[in-house]
Design a protein. Sequence first.
Length: 378
Amino acid sequence: MQYAPLGKTGLRVSRLGFGAMRLPMTGDGDQATVDTDVAIAMIHRAFAAGVNYIDTAVGYCNGDSQRVVGEAVRTWGRPIVVSTKNPCFTRDESEWWRTLEQSLERLGLPRIDVYHHHAVNGVSFDEFVLPHMAAWMRKAKDQGLIKHIACSFHDTNDVLRRIVDSGYPEVITVQYNLLDRRLEDGIAYAHERGIGVVVMGPVGGGRLGVADSAALLSAAPSAARRVPELALRFVLSNPAVDVALSGMSAMAHVEENVCVASDARLLTPEEQQAICGQLERLRKMSELYCTGCGYCLPCPKGVAIPKIFERYNLGRVWGLWGPARQAYRNLGTLAWDPGSRADACSDCGLCESKCPQKIPIRRQLKEAHEALLDSKNT
Ligand code: SF4
Ligand code: SF4
């Protein structure tokens, strides 16, 4: 297993972390709970292979992840670094403390090693974290309930730099993978300044498939046999990344991940360049279908044409059918994601006369709708 210092925390952590957000479940829908025996066997297999960092959160696995993570850690003979989170949009101090107490109770542990403000962005950092929650975090640290302060982060490089420059968090957890390298500069900036860098989604949420996987794998033929393996190796080859947190849902994922993280072979600059070249080709291929320019809008029926094509491409170009279908089902149901799905189209044809790509929009909308609701495309 590869290890790295987690910034200046003094912790030495495995570069592969166990993400406990997709543990195997038993039961249906909202009533489903984590399949304790299977999940603990998976977690212990990862610990046995040298993984010593595990991350959970209040809401993961129908709110049952912390219980199982706690049991797995308590029944393991050696120290494990436990990370969890507290939501970051509240000014209510008693609510914040209640969340911390509940997490400690569910985990069954006396303290949390790395405690995150969950899903921080520029607005929440300025309006909630710094003026209110930072004092609560420091108090919890003084009381020995938490060891290190962290932020899980979703925003731009500029905001990330600003948070790093504030000198507040000791660790940041950010999204970074082959398909989403937007925060690469911010990650390097944080690492240079001694902030521990944890990456979530290193293999695209565990489902990175890539439709044209043969071409991608041919870019670095000796590095990996499967795209998820290549994706994890790609993230671990970035020296600014201390921990790659992989959400593992089956023993096969655990075995594949520990195998990659135990092998110190990094991708060469030439291999990385070749992989990025292949990804760029795939990205261009998706732009041939729809560039997202929005000239076809507005649609009189509110059909969110470019968003639908973007989700369709997520499946047919990148092989990410699971997230694509989820995002399509959610379209129009969340305040920040307005618009109608393709079945609202009345076939008026207005959009097609405005599309510079000459896309047969109506036909492609129908295809997208069928594919995105097709349970075979998972
Ligand atoms: S053809 Fe359908 S998607 Fe295009 S503008 Fe008319 S209703 Fe909207
Ligand atoms: S006008 Fe054409 S290319 Fe532009 S967003 Fe609409 S469908 Fe896509």
